[in-house]
Design a protein around this ligand. Structure first.
Ligand code: AN7
Length: 366
């Protein structure tokens, strides 16, 4: 039989490393196999080889699709009729899409007024039931966990272990592409599932001899929502990077384990630094990422280009790396998820009559 394109998602690519069987119907949108983009300007700045794992090119434009294909496929295997999640936006978009694909109802619980526009549109368009609560993500997740106990819904937050199983495949792809694990992996941390999943993936390939090294894991948070950096949960997390506006990460222990075992660190950057990094990454490397996704870039700019470098707890990690290190940054979500937050960069376009001369005059005068 001819292989259809949907056959090439992460479950078929890494079936032997995932908890699926012949009995598992595969609900896939061809997620994964995202590009590892070399970043020449960052590489020169850091004197190493920097790569961007561009997860914004997944079917719903974030890394969440890797875990969602496994979680929804397993829910379908168990004949689930409905799934439920709390979200800062990307999990809900992904859950809604995969649930639509599986013919299941999807209910998403969101913090009112704090979801980026693109993500909100996705949830509605994919047909989810959207409930906005007067509270933050941590409140939403608490409610979802309670409702999950009733048994009518399968919870597809990263408390569902199938989610992290799927997400670990990003580490597999990086090892296959580089021929080894990077020396250092830097990624944003919110609910802390992704850092937990990457470390699991790196360790699994190391354990079966598919890589001979393990990376140092460096997790970066927004300074207004930095519970792991401070080592204590926060009641009122606040950041314009709404995707990571989380004060009580569900995968706390996994994240702390990844950082401890890999001799890594948690660090943080301010909202101002996030906005500057977003513009910098787009204009210097040609990659447009949402605010939460650029926190690793903001950290590199701070360490290598700012007078505030002494404020960075992770600075010492860079002095311990080999000469010309290989460093991977996960770009977790696409910039078009949240055009509003980037709109501060807009200005009025130059105006001209509809003739060549008029247009040329305006360009030359600018
Ligand atoms: C773009 O969608 O938690 O540390 O509910 O959307 O694994 O939580 C999103 C998180 C980073 C943090 N970058 O990852 C949700 C949600 C983007 C994100 C994170 C998120 P985790």
């Amino acid at each position: 039989m001819q292989k259809i394109r949907g056959d090439f998602g992460v479950i078929n690519r890494y079936r032997e490393y995932l908890p699926v069987s012949e009995a598992t119907p595969i609900i896939s949108l061809s997620e994964g196999s995202t590009p590892l983009i070399h970043a020449p300007t960052l590489s020169e700045m850091v004197q190493g080889n920097i790569y961007l794992k561009y997860e914004g090119l997944n079917p719903t434009c974030s890394f969440k699709d890797r875990g969602m294909t496994v979680a929804i496929s397993k829910a379908a295997e168990h004949s689930a009729k409905a799934v439920l999640c709390a979200s800062t936006g990307n999990t809900s978009a992904s859950a809604a899409a995969y649930a639509a694909r599986a013919g299941m109802q999807c209910v998403v619980i969101l913090p009112a007024g704090r979801i980026a526009g693109g993500k909100m549109v996705q949830a509605y368009l994919y047909g989810a039931t959207v409930v906005a609560i007067k509270g933050n993500f941590d409140d939403a997740l608490r409610i979802v966990q309670k409702l999950g106990e009733r048994g009518d819904f399968v919870v597809v937050n990263s408390t569902n272990p199938y989610r992290l199983e799927g997400q670990k495949t990003a580490a597999f792809e990086i090892i296959e592409e580089l021929g080894k694990a990077p020396d250092l992996h830097i990624l944003p941390v919110g609910n802390a599932g992704n850092i937990t999943a990457y470390w699991k993936g790196y360790r699994e390939f190391y354990d079966v001899g598919r890589s001979y090294n393990l990376p140092i894991m460096l997790g970066v948070q927004a300074s207004g929502a930095a519970p792991l950096y401070h080592g204590a949960p926060m009641d009122h997390p606040e950041t314009l990077a709404t995707a990571i506006r989380i004060g009580q990460p569900a995968s706390w222990n996994g994240a702390v384990g990844a950082v401890k075992e890999s001799l890594g660190e948690f660090d943080m950057v301010t909202d101002e630094e996030i906005l500057a990094a977003q513009k910098w990454l787009a204009s210097k490397e040609g990659v447009f990422a949402e605010p939460a996704s650029v926190v690793p870039v903001a950290l590199l700019l701070k360490i290598f280009q700012s007078e505030d470098h002494h404020l960075c707890r992770s600075k010492t990690i860079f002095s311990k790396l080999p000469l010309h290190p290989t460093i991977v940054l996960t770009i977790t979500g696409h910039g078009l998820k949240d055009p509003e937050t980037a709109s501060h960069t807009l200005s009025e376009p130059l105006q001209a009559e509809a003739t060549e001369e008029a247009v040329l005059n305006v360009i030359q005068g600018s």
